[in-house]
Design a protein around this ligand. Sequence first.
Ligand code: ACO
Length: 327
Amino acid sequence: MSTRAKIIGTGSFVPEKVLTNKDLEKIIDTSDEWITTRTGIKERHIAQEGENNSDLAIEASRRALEMANVDAGELDLIIVGTLTPDMPMPSVACLVQRALGAKKAGAMDVSATCSGFLYSLSIADKFVRCSPNMKVLVIGSEVLSRRTNWQDRTTCVLFADGAGAAVVTGSDDDSGIVSTHLHADGSVWELLTIRGLGTAYPVDENLLKKGWQYIEMKGRDVFKHAVKALESVAFEALNASGWDMDELDMLIAHQANIRILEHLRERLGLPKDKVFINIHKYGNTSAASIPIALDEANRQGKLKKGDKILLISFGGGFTWAGVTIEW
Ligand code: ACO
């Protein structure tokens, strides 16, 4: 068996500004009751003017590096999962590399929507398995509030901003990432998309009138695909790791909707204390949701050495992924 890749530090950061369901009631035709029962979200953090994706990513990274006791100058690679970069060029990863002074690190963004962190973690895993001395900084970071139509109540109550990070290197024992599983289905991409601001359509009045600069989502259809894909990748990852469901210590799934998480918990037959939930505080932060949850669980002492942990995600594309970790 080759040396496993191990997470040796986690960090997260969310903007200071909090937007509650009550605040949203003043902007659009919605209610705290509707949002809470349909999504589980009570409040979310929103970046203020001038606060960008890379700012959140940098702060989350500093916290992860501090926990890992790794100097930025030791990093070999920085990978950022994001769908809301500061700009198309340079990548968020390059901006993080500059700010941290990670002089010898390569840097790249990975576009896999809400699975961006798990895709990035999987890439880090393969690099580190080949070169166990490598130190890789893996980040999920989003400013979805700037890709959200604040007049569209079907989406604006869901999405929010934040960042999470993890430092990965070769394990000195048997702990670490056990298996990684990546999937995609581009045939139904229109169910969840931001059509504009790429190179397919000119950014003109017509595009802005159609609202193509914002997230469009067929919520019900996405919900159905999400529960099926998450359940399937959960079993796939457990089987590949040789774990039974009752051996699992913690499930950390993409925080998209409390009903998806509850449905999943029932289908997998897991008790409540084995499913980490923080969607009520942060909403859906896409690629940032898993690393924020991972960092919270870690800092709350919920992840113990030797624990069997399953991370699963689902997002636009569609993409979905699973990673098992022996902590
Ligand atoms: N407040 C009040 N009423 C609302 C709101 C709101 N914010 N939003 C929608 N409604 C209304 C609708 O207009 C509709 O009214 P109608 O029956 O009079 O037409 C009614 O509520 C029901 O709407 P649905 O869309 O059917 O509501 P649903 O129960 O499906 O919940 C939701 C919507 C929360 C979006 C859900 O479908 C969902 O979570 N889907 C999955 C989203 C997801 O998991 N995304 C993951 C990937 S995210 C990423 O990749 C970036």
